[in-house]
Structures are given as C-alpha cells and as structure tokens.
Design a protein around this ligand. Structure first.
Ligand code: SAM
Length: 213
C-alpha cells in the first residue's frame, strides 16, 4: 500500500473516478499507483518528458499493475490523447500553460497543481474552454494552488486570476496565512527600501490588505 504525502493526498482526493486517468509529469508514479490500487480508474497512462523519471514510475507499477497502464515518454499531453481525467502537478505554471496550449484535443477534466505562476494556468484553463470547479490554496508544509476544471465556459475577474476564485470567495485559512505572510514580508522590506521602491511596495501592500478585508 502506498502512503501519499500530505500534498499528494490532497491532490489525489480531487481526482474523480474515471475510465482513463493520465498523470503527466508523473515522476515517482505514486498517484497512478494509488488510482489503480483504489480502483479509481480502469486504466492509467503515466507520462514524463524524462525517460529516467518515467522509469521510476514504471518500476513502481509494473509488478502489480502490468496490463493496466501505459508508460510513455512524452512532452506534455502529447502522450495522453485519450485520457478522460488528467493530472499535471509539481511543475511551474508556465510549463503547465504551455502543455495546455500544446495540443488540440484536451481531456474532459483537469486537476492542476502549479508550483508558481498559478495565474497563468487559470488564464489558460479559461481560454481553452473549461469551467473551473475548484481554485484554492492549501498548505502542506508549503502553500500550493490547486485548480480543478471541467470542459465548459467560464469567466474570471482580474482579481480571481491573480488570487484564485475560491480564495476570494471563501478566504480559507491557508490563503489568509499566505497573504498575511506576504504582507509582513512587504512591511519588513518597506523599512529598508530605497525611496524609488517604496511606492511599489505601498501599492502591493494596499492590494493584499484589500484582499483580506
Ligand atoms: C517535480 S516533478 C513532479 C512530480 C509529480 N507530478 C508530483 O507532483 O509530485 C516534475 C516532473 O515533471 C516532468 N516534466 C517537466 N516538464 C514536462 C513536460 N513538458 N511534459 C511532461 N513531463 C514534464 C519532469 O521530468 C518531472 O519528472
């Protein structure tokens, strides 16, 4: 039995039962293993741009799940054209955005966990014709953004693109803590900032303080 880290567990819970599940950039392969172990998918596709990383996942899955999965070295979604549900986690937001723009055929449902630049992922998801089901920050040691989307139409405000829609609506504990940390950091920076940088710091502080109101 695989015991997932807190981050992976939170991600795993957001993936729905499906026919074909794909983990793009799977590296260790833990999520695909758990999906098959719990019968949350009929088949899995594990892909990675690095053959070395994919080998780790393949080694993990092959004894127990031979015949239930495919391991494909590929850039982004090119290796998983027929997946119903796709996870792309642990990469930068720009990489995830480029993966979404890199193919014509996109899956019905996406679970995305960018390590930075989540706003770029939100824009790509909405522009590529998805409705965003969940878009929030969670804490698992560090802060992470999680974006879950299904095919459909959606509209985001600039504030929602910047901060995440459910963060704005719900103001969850992790989001409040993350923004409060940023505010404290900016206040410390303000004390020693050169005159020409102060205006920028004030503006950023103002935006963050407004968000928490
Ligand atoms: C930090 S690991 C994250 C592994 C796992 N998804 C997780 O969240 O724990 C990032 C993985 O993405 C892979 N990767 C980076 N760019 C990729 C791309 N364009 N297509 C497929 N895999 C990619 C890397 O080779 C690496 O194995």
């Amino acid at each position: 039995m695989i015991v997932l880290s807190k981050r992976l567990n939170i991600i795993f819970d957001r993936i729905e039962k499906c026919g074909v599940f794909a983990d793009v950039g799977c590296d260790h392969g833990y999520i695909a293993y758990k999906m098959l172990e719990e019968g949350k998918c009929d088949r899995a596709i594990i892909t990675d741009i690095s053959a070395k990383c994919l080998k780790k996942a393949d080694n993990l899955l092959k004894t127990r799940f031979a015949g239930k999965y495919e391991a494909i070295v590929a850039d982004g979604l090119k290796g998983a054209p027929y997946a119903d549900e796709v996870l792309i986690a642990g990469m930068g937001g720009e990489v995830i955005r480029d993966i979404l723009y890199g193919v014509d055929h996109l899956p019905e449902r996406l679970v995305l966990q960018p390590m930075k630049n989540p706003e770029k992922v939100r824009r790509a998801v909405v522009e590529k014709g998805y409705f965003v089901e969940r878009d929030y920050t969670f804490k698992a040691g560090k802060f992470y953004d999680l974006i879950v989307a299904v095919k459909g139409r959606d509209e985001y405000s600039e504030e929602e693109y910047s901060f995440g829609r459910d963060n704005i609506r719900e103001k969850g504990d992790a989001f409040i803590e993350q923004i409060s940390n940023k505010i404290e950091k900016l206040k410390r920076a303000r004390k020693t900032a050169a005159e020409e940088n102060r205006e920028d710091i004030e503006k950023r502080l103002c935006v963050l303080e407004e968000i928490l109101k």
